[in-house]
Design a protein around this ligand. Structure first.
Ligand SMILES: Cc1cc2nc3c(=O)[nH]c(=O)nc-3n(C[C@H](O)[C@H](O)[C@H](O)COP(=O)(O)O)c2cc1C
Length: 492
């Protein structure tokens, strides 16, 4: 049975012993971050936390509890998606997409809505009063300072909504997008929307601005866990994340009409902030914000959202995450994407054996990839192929290794790579788009990339010396030592 909402997810985590309810009052002003950070840095990602009595930065008690780190372990991420192993999802998706045309990954993904298995679970709009609209606060009565929105880090520009599903619609095709973009609270009913230029919400906004039309936006907090995850997944613009979530949970996502716009919102959400962006209005300063790079992203200009309604359950739980120096909860959301999308990458780059983005590489800084090398130059084919696929285009450093290297273990990957390279021969630089959060590139979102061919070199690649083998003890000696181990008096 799929989990229908955030509270069902919390119960499921609790039933497995993974939830800590914090009864002591804790301030939304940084204290929650310090507590959650210590948990997220502990082995395995730490427990999920439900802060039952948060206090507002202004000092009073907040009305609603705050949940943090729900997705923050491999086990909870799999629980959210209703699978035993995250790789199961990718394999299910790849089996569906193993079709002959079109050839590119994005092209194949774009076909998703036409596939029967996917079309079985389209989102369903329900009538009557949905749970997310049990309470409705409109227009002048909206006061965002009453919501439990945390201030994460000392130099942050203000309180931040960090785990939302931002719902917009493509004005040309009508296709919905749901994206996870952080949002700063900048006034009683005003927000700053940090969608980066490579993201789908930002593309919708540029289209609306060109038309000079007001853009409706809905911000969902909570809902079923697959929908929350789907908002963070790099799906092509032609795919509605609620359709993808339906595929993941094997049940449709239930939607309801928003009360102040013609968008649909998840019926099972805890809260929804409805509003609009007026593209004729000046952009507003957003940030700084302690980001998932482990550094502050600098303040910059982003669109302002006017909130026209806050709708909620009678007893909503506010979902929150913190980002900062890795590893953090977002590593697990990104890790799910890595495992789900790997089989899809293999459809177009079949020599790929495995791929891993270690936490310290914050996704876009470092990609290890192992390949079944069959011909000279194949490592370069793979790095160029990856730089041509969706958000993989933002990868700053790609290290290609042979198939016998376990790239899921960064220590092993670096050990082999550093042994195998002649830097001048094996390192190549290229140019391309760079992640908005990169503070080092020569231009904003534009800069260089490094590809490292750490595979064994072939004669045809100009390497004429002998390539040594790895040191591995023979099995017979290992067996003899196993047998004598207890007699040695060595405790390890
Ligand atoms: C916790 C978290 C916070 C994120 N914050 C942002 C953000 O502020 N801006 C942004 O553009 N992407 C952010 N992302 C990444 C996007 O969610 C991700 O790129 C997603 O694919 C965007 O959806 P889209 O492809 O529909 O635009 C965040 C991801 C996570 C997990």
């Amino acid at each position: 049975m799929a989990l229908d909402n955030l509270r069902a997810f919390l119960d499921a985590i609790d039933a497995r012993g993974g939830l800590v309810r914090v009864e002591r009052p804790v301030s939304l002003d940084k204290e929650m971050t310090e507590i959650a950070d210590r948990c997220m840095k502990s082995p395995g990602g730490g427990p999920a936390l439900l802060f039952r009595h948060p206090t507002l930065p202004s000092g009073g008690a907040a009305r609603h509890p705050v949940a943090v780190n729900l997705f923050g372990s491999e086990r909870r991420m799999a629980l959210a998606l209703g699978v035993e192993r995250l790789d199961d999802v990718g394999e299910r998706l790849a089996a569906l997409l193993n079709v002959k045309v079109p050839d590119s990954l994005l092209g194949k993904l774009a076909m998703l809505p036409q596939l029967a298995e996917i079309a079985k679970y389209p989102p369903k709009t329900i009538g009557g009063q949905p749970p997310c609209q049990e309470t409705v606060i409109r227009e002048r009565d909206v006061d965002l300072s009453q919501l439990p929105v945390p201030v994460c880090w000392p130099e942050d520009g203000g309180p931040y909504i960090t785990l939302p599903g931002v719902i917009t619609r493509d004005p040309r095709t009508g296709v919905r997008n749901v994206g996870m973009y952080r949002i700063q609270v900048i006034g009683k009913s005003e927000l700053a929307m940090h969608w980066q230029r490579h993201k789908v919400g930002a593309a919708h906004w540029r289209d609306m601005a060109e038309r000079g039309e007001r853009m409706p936006v809905a911000i969902a907090l909570g809902g079923d866990p697959t929908s929350i995850y789907a908002a963070s997944a790099p799906l092509p613009p032609t795919i509605d994340e609620f359709l993808f979530a339906g595929f993941l949970r094997r049940e449709p996502v239930r939607l309801a009409k928003a009360v102040t716009s013609d968008l649909e919102v998840p019926a099972e959400a805890e809260l929804v902030l409805e509003g609009y962006i007026d593209p004729r209005e000046e952009l507003v300063l957003e940030g700084p914000f302690g980001d998932h790079t482990g550094f502050y992203s600098l303040a910059d200009y982003y669109p302002k959202v006017h909130v026209t309604a806050v709708t909620m359950r009678q007893d909503p739980v506010w979902p929150h995450t913190i980002v900062g120096r890795p590893p953090m909860e977002d590593y697990w959301l990104g890790h799910a994407t890595e495992r789900i999308f790997l089989p899809l990458l293999k459809i177009t780059l079949p020599e790929i054996v495995d791929l891993h983005m270690p936490a310290e590489g914050i996704f876009h800084n470092l990609v290890f990839v192992s390949i079944d090398k069959q011909y000279p130059g194949q490592a370069y084919k793979v790095m160029n192929g990856l730089w041509g696929q969706g958000l993989m285009s933002l990868a700053k450093v790609i290290v290609v290794l042979d198939k016998d290297v376990n790239v899921r273990d960064p220590k092993e990957a670096w050990w082999v790579a550093l042994n195998h390279i002649d830097p001048e021969r094996d390192v190549r630089f290229s140019m391309g788009p760079i992640d908005v959060l990169d503070h080092s590139s020569r231009g904003f979102t534009f800069g260089s990339k490094m590809g490292i061919d750490a595979t064994r070199k072939w004669k045809e690649e100009g390497f004429t010396r002998e390539w040594p083998s790895r040191i591995v003890m023979d099995l017979e000696t290992k067996r003899r030592v196993d047998e004598m181990w207890k007699e040695l008096g060595i405790e390890l």
